[in-house]
Design a protein around this ligand. Structure first.
Ligand SMILES: O=C(CO)[C@H](O)[C@H](O)COP(=O)(O)O
Length: 228
C-alpha cells in the first residue's frame, strides 16, 4: 500500500473532449459541475502530431472565468519557450514533458518565477525514474500519462499504473496526476496507486450526466485517500 496521501484531490476535465466552439461555456459547465481544475491541452504539432490551442485561447478562457485554475499540459517541443506567454495568459500550472528537454530544472525555476505551479509529465514509454529525486522535489506536480499524448478517447494503459505508485512512494507530498483513458472503470486503480489529480476528457464530456461522473471520480479518489 502506498504511503498516506496528503495532497487534496483535484478533478481536471480535459478540454480536448469539449466543443472548442463553445470553449468558455464548456469550461464554466465543468466548474459549475464540480471540477476544481481545467486541463488545457496545449499541442504545437511538433512534440505530438496534433495542434490544439495556445496562449491567446488560454487568455480568453481566463478572462471569461476569473479565478479558474488552468492546468496547462504543454505537449510542445520547446517547453522553455512558452512559460512567459502562458503565465501572461493566466495559466495556473505549467506542466511540460521530460522527454522534451535535457535541462528541466531551469524550466521549473522559470515557471516558479512567474508564480505558476510546475508540473513534469512522463509519456507511457518513459520510466518513472526519469523523474529523479532532484526533479521531483523541485516540481509541484508529476503527471503520469496513461495514453500516448496527442489524442483523446484512447484506451487506458494499465501498465502505467505502477509508475504512479513508484512516484507516490518517493514523493508523498506532491500532486500526482493521471491523464488518458481515465473514467469510472479505471480511476480506482489510479487512485489506489496514489494519484490525487484526475484528468478525464471523453468520460466526462461524452457522459449523459457529466456532473455525476465528476462526483464519482472525485469520490473514488477521496475514498482511496481515506483508506491510505
Ligand atoms: O492529454 C491528453 C491527450 O494527449 C488528454 O488530456 C487525454 O487523452 C484525456 O482525454 P481522454 O480522457 O478522453 O483520454
Amino acid at each position: 500500500m502506498p504511503p498516506a496521501i496528503i495532497s487534496p484531490s483535484q478533478l481536471s476535465p480535459s478540454v480536448l473532449a469539449s466543443d472548442f466552439g463553445q470553449l468558455t461555456a464548456e469550461c464554466k459547465r465543468m466548474i459549475d459541475g464540480g471540477a476544481t481544475y481545467l486541463h488545457m491541452d496545449v499541442m504545437d504539432g511538433h512534440f505530438v502530431d496534433n495542434i490544439t490551442m495556445g496562449p491567446p485561447v488560454l487568455a480568453s478562457v481566463s478572462k471569461a472565468i476569473p479565478g479558474i485554475f488552468m492546468d496547462c499540459h504543454m505537449m510542445v517541443a520547446k517547453p522553455e519557450k512558452w512559460v512567459n506567454a502562458v503565465a501572461d495568459a493566466g495559466g495556473s500550472l505549467y506542466c511540460f514533458h521530460i522527454e522534451a528537454t535535457d535541462d528541466p530544472l531551469p524550466i521549473i525555476a522559470s515557471i516558479h518565477a512567474r508564480n505558476m505551479k510546475a508540473g513534469v509529465a512522463i509519456s507511457p514509454d518513459t520510466p518513472s525514474t526519469a523523474i529523479t529525486d532532484e526533479i521531483g522535489h523541485a516540481a509541484d506536480m508529476l503527471l503520469v500519462m496513461t495514453v500516448y499524448p496527442g489524442r483523446g478517447g484512447q484506451k487506458f494503459l494499465d501498465r502505467c499504473v505502477p509508475k504512479v505508485a513508484e512516484l507516490r512512494a518517493r514523493f508523498p507530498e506532491k500532486d500526482i496526476e493521471v491523464d488518458g483513458g481515465v473514467g469510472p472503470s479505471t480511476v480506482h486503480a489510479c487512485a489506489h496507486a496514489g494519484s490525487n489529480v484526475i484528468v478525464a476528457g471523453t468520460a466526462i464530456f461524452n457522459a449523459a450526466d457529466p456532473n455525476q461522473v465528476i462526483a464519482q471520480l472525485t469520490a473514488t479518489v477521496n475514498e482511496a485517500q481515506r483508506q491510505s
